[in-house]
Write a protein that binds this ligand. Structure first.
Ligand code: ATP
Length: 320
């Protein structure tokens, strides 16, 4: 549903997007991640036809975004970063205006607004000027305009930015509920969001894709993937650490002392080793007073750092 080929955008000497190739299918919720300035918003603006690429091409549902912009925009819902324009309008007026721009007339306008308002839970503020709304409500007005025409493709630039935990949860549920029938791209800095709703994650850095996979595949690249952590009294930590190190399959063991006085030992596996059963059997046979014992799926922040950390000089060099 979304096809991106060699997409590039330069602003003077800065290459914001440096040759991105990407395909997104129906049913996918793609998490678009990257450090500040990596090129996420610029890519989203090009996908939605709000910014012309320097080179490369985007097609949405078969429509070339540059040459068939209106057809493409009919099938796209776009939530840009920040608050909706027309802050002096109320959400009711703003959504009515958007519905008319989208070509709805009469009863359809009302029906579309009602459906979008119900999904984004905006009833309480429908007649209050957008400028006077809280950040979370402003974000939800933006979301309502993006889904008003029930588009096949949703491009959402940080949809949960500024929302409280309850609102984040309901927006994520909404995106998940809509995902079967749509292709969705969601940019976010919240890695837990990727694990919660995304079927796929793409990390970009300095305008290039540096990782692409399911959240599970990315987690498998984390140093903590299948690592086992054991929490026990500090007095037992030294001996436990030595015994853990001696286990087949253990590459290394790290120790931290927690604020509650307990010691935390993390055993990192050699490639492909599964440690949880070995470690729990050891803890039982050694009669350690284990407070917690768990294996980790991995840490996305670790993977994110590993693929996006670079020194500033190299970054400047590659951008110019
Ligand atoms: P963030 O996570 O901070 O939102 P981002 O990944 O969305 O960042 P972009 O906003 O796409 O990053 O910006 C990519 C690069 O392009 C940055 O260096 C930015 O300063 C630059 N840039 C974006 N828009 C323009 C513009 N209109 N003129 C000049 N430079 C721009």
């Amino acid at each position: 549903m979304i096809e991106i080929e060699k997409l590039t955008k330069s602003f003077g000497p800065i290459t914001a997007v440096a040759g991105i190739d990407l395909k997104v299918e129906k049913g996918e919720v793609l998490g678009f991640l990257g450090p500040n300035g990596a090129g996420k918003s610029t890519t989203m603006k090009m996908i939605t036809g709000f910014l012309a690429p320097s080179s490369g091409r985007v097609a949405v549902c078969g429509y070339d975004v540059e040459n068939q912009t209106l057809q493409a925009q009919r099938v796209i819902g776009y939530l840009p970063e920040g608050a909706p324009a027309y802050g002096d309008m109320t959400p009711r007026q703003f959504l009515g205006f958007i519905a008319e721009v989208r070509g709805y007339k009469g009863a359809d306008v009302k029906a579309r607004i009602e459906a979008a308002v119900a999904k984004t839970e905006l009833d309480a503020v429908l007649d209050q000027p957008i400028d006077t709304l809280s950040k979370g409500f402003k974000r939800r007005v933006g979301l309502a305009q993006a889904i008003l025409h029930d588009p096949a493709v949703l491009i959402m630039d940080e949809p949960t930015d500024g929302l409280d935990p309850n609102q984040k949860h309901s927006v994520r549920k909404l995106l998940q509920a809509m995902s079967k029938e749509k292709a969705i791209i969601v940019s976010t800095h919240l890695l837990e969001e990727v694990e919660a709703i995304c079927t796929r994650a793409v990390i970009i850095d300095r305008g290039r894709i540096v990782a692409d996979g399911t959240p599970g595949e990315l987690l498998a690249r984390s140093r903590h993937h299948n690592a086992v952590t054991l929490v026990l009294p500090t007095a037992q930590a030294d001996i436990a650490k030595a015994k853990l190190k001696a286990l087949t399959g253990v590459a290394s063991v790290e120790q931290t002392v927690r604020a509650d006085g307990f010691a935390e030992l993390t055993a990192f596996p050699k490639a492909g080793a599964l440690l949880i059963e070995l470690v729990s059997a050891l803890a039982v046979s050694e009669k350690w007073d284990v407070k917690e014992l768990y294996a980790e799926a991995g840490r996305l922040d670790e993977v994110f750092r590993a693929v996006t950390t670079h020194d500033a000089a190299r970054a400047r060099e590659s951008r110019t």
